[in-house]
Design a protein around this ligand. Structure first.
Ligand code: NAD
Length: 494
């Protein structure tokens, strides 16, 4: 068994006990305690901000050329790759995710650092078309000190998605992971420290959102907040950001539609729908949680889906055969169960699941069985609220226009899956659905080179892709005189 990080925080380049409120990380497969640690207090945060400001402005960092900054990112990527087993064990203990998933997340985090190193090395600045007697250029500068606030569901991947482009852009970064999953972010700090990144440029400050999170958002020296988390938290943060006119990017919740047309390859669709909603035990912002099935195949498809869902292997996260692992925390499992209870009281029909699995393998863990509901229309609360658990609601639809209207009739706009053999139709529906990502005959596939983000209540801004680095930079225009003469307006008085 891998040793877990000790529980000290990484504040301004030093390992220290936090002086904020206590945080407990548990292993949700059996409720055992991984670590009890003190989170970051306001004074820890203030120290990290002050040191980050100095480190970011130090010519030793500020004057590095992009390809020189990239070297740190490559070293961090190497460090993550060399420690994939350790990182995935820690993340599995911290979150209950399967080792298979946490290994993939760790590998993707390494890829993210490598990608943004390569991007920053190869991004060009622009000479704009000259329209006068000046050479005109558009260049980009780092923002300064930025804060990254991340949720608990895929910590190493969401941490990397923010920290890598922010460092590549030449900033200092303060990372605040969620209180349920602090350990893997502290492990990332160890790897970043080993990369030789100058002290102070990176801190990890787990702790209560209301305390350390608030400080990071409100502090005048924080130039940007990159947030991933729930929509109501995002909205609160956006108000605070507006007050200080600070840029903020928001990756928020979802209630994503998946659409199965009658002409779809049904094997492909069953596998894709199951993976889309039940992988990560449904604790995924992009979970395809509203399933629309065309009426002609509705009953047949739903019967196949229910039977396949009942064959999914719910089990221990260290077991290689497990497909559905425990949820992050008992409190979260109870909140998911409450959503299901309330849907049933609103008249939903339970097709499968609806309770934790029973038996000694499950009794001590935060398990919940894959659950499928039907019998409600798209206005029911179970079709509106993000459950963030293994719960799917199935609805019938008639035709393209009907499913576009129902799919879009939701506050969220994160992702959509479309299953059909008719490519022009997939394209039309994909273009008409208001979500940041559309998958056609596949689901939950990611590439770091492809931008990601939401519409409507699912957020604003995009992460990933070459522009991901620009999101952490300020654009500047430079005019340089080419004439060598005083400006005519002064009329020779100069
Ligand atoms: P959350 O909003 O409760 O917390 C997210 C982070 O914000 C945590 O670090 C938390 O401590 C911090 N926080 C909370 N209150 C704060 C405050 N007042 N000031 C500053 N920081 C504060 O979300 P969660 O429960 O950790 O994660 C689940 C949510 O995240 C779901 O809604 C999910 O859809 C969303 N999510 C979105 C994406 C995406 O890319 N769109 C990805 C993963 C998760």
């Amino acid at each position: 068994m891998t040793d877990l990080p000790e529980g000290k925080l990484f504040v301004a380049g030093e390992w220290e006990q936090g002086s904020g409120a206590e945080i407990t990380s548990i292993f949700p497969a059996d409720g055992s305690v991984n670590r009890v640690l003190n989170g970051a207090s306001e004074s820890d945060g203030l120290r990290a901000i002050e040191r980050a400001k100095q480190a970011q402005a130090d010519p030793a960092w500020l004057n590095l050329r992009p390809h020189e900054r990239a070297r740190f990112l490559y070293r961090i990527a190497d460090g993550i790759e060399a420690n994939i087993d350790r990182i995935s064990q820690i993340q599995t203990r911290d979150t209950g995710k399967t080792l298979r998933e946490t290994s993939a997340l760790a590998a993707s985090a390494a890829g993210t650092f490598r990608y943004f190193g390569a991007v920053v090395e190869t991004l060009d600045e622009t000479l704009t078309t000259q329209r006068g007697d000046a050479l005109t250029a558009s260049v980009h500068e780092p923002l300064g000190v930025v804060a990254a606030i991340t949720p608990w569901n895929s910590p190493i991947a969401s941490d990397a998605q923010k920290v890598a482009p922010a460092l590549a852009a030449g900033n200092a970064v303060l990372l605040k992971p969620a209180s349920w999953s602090p350990l893997v972010s502290l492990e990332l700090a160890r790897i970043i420290e080993e990369s030789g990144l100058p002290k102070g440029l990176f801190s990890v400050l787990p702790g209560a959102g209301r305390e350390i999170g608030n400080l990071l958002v409100e502090h005048p020296d924080i130039a940007k907040v990159s947030f991933t988390g729930g929509t109501s938290t995002g909205r609160t943060l956006a108000r605070k950001a507006a007050e200080k006119l600070m840029p903020i990017s928001l990756e928020l919740g979802g209630k994503s539609p998946t659409i199965v047309f009658a002409d779809a390859d049904l094997d492909q669709a069953v596998a894709g729908v199951l993976y889309g909603v039940f992988s990560s035990t449904g604790q995924s912002c992009i979970a395809g949680a509203r399933l629309f099935v065309q009426r002609a195949i509705h009953d047949e498809f739903v019967a196949r889906l229910v039977s396949a869902a009942e064959r999914l292997r719910v089990g221990h996260p260290f077991d290689a055969a497990t497909q559905v692992a425990p949820m992050i925390h008992f409190d979260h499992r109870d909140a998911v169960a409450e959503h299901v209870r309330s849907a049933l009281s609103e008249g939903a029909e339970l097709l499968t699941g609806g309770a934790p699995p029973t038996g000694e393998d499950y009794d001590r863990g935060a398990y919940y069985s894959p659950t499928i509901l039907s019998g409600v229309d798209n206005t029911a609360r179970i079709c509106r609220d993000e459950v963030f658990g293994p719960v799917l609601v199935v609805l019938p639809f008639d035709d393209e226009a009907d499913v576009i209207a129902q799919g879009n009739d939701n506050d969220y706009g994160l992702a959509c899956g479309i299953w059909t053999r008719d490519f022009p139709r997939a394209w039309r529906v994909g273009r008409a659905i208001r979500t940041g990502t559309v998958w056609i005959n596949t689901y939950k596939q990611f590439s770091i080179s492809t931008p990601f983000g939401g519409e409507k209540d699912s957020g604003m801004g995009r992460e990933k892709g070459r522009d991901g680095v620009r999101a952490y930079m300020a654009q500047k225009s430079i005019y340089t005189d080419l004439t060598g003469h005083p400006l005519a307006w002064a009329g020779g008085v100069a």
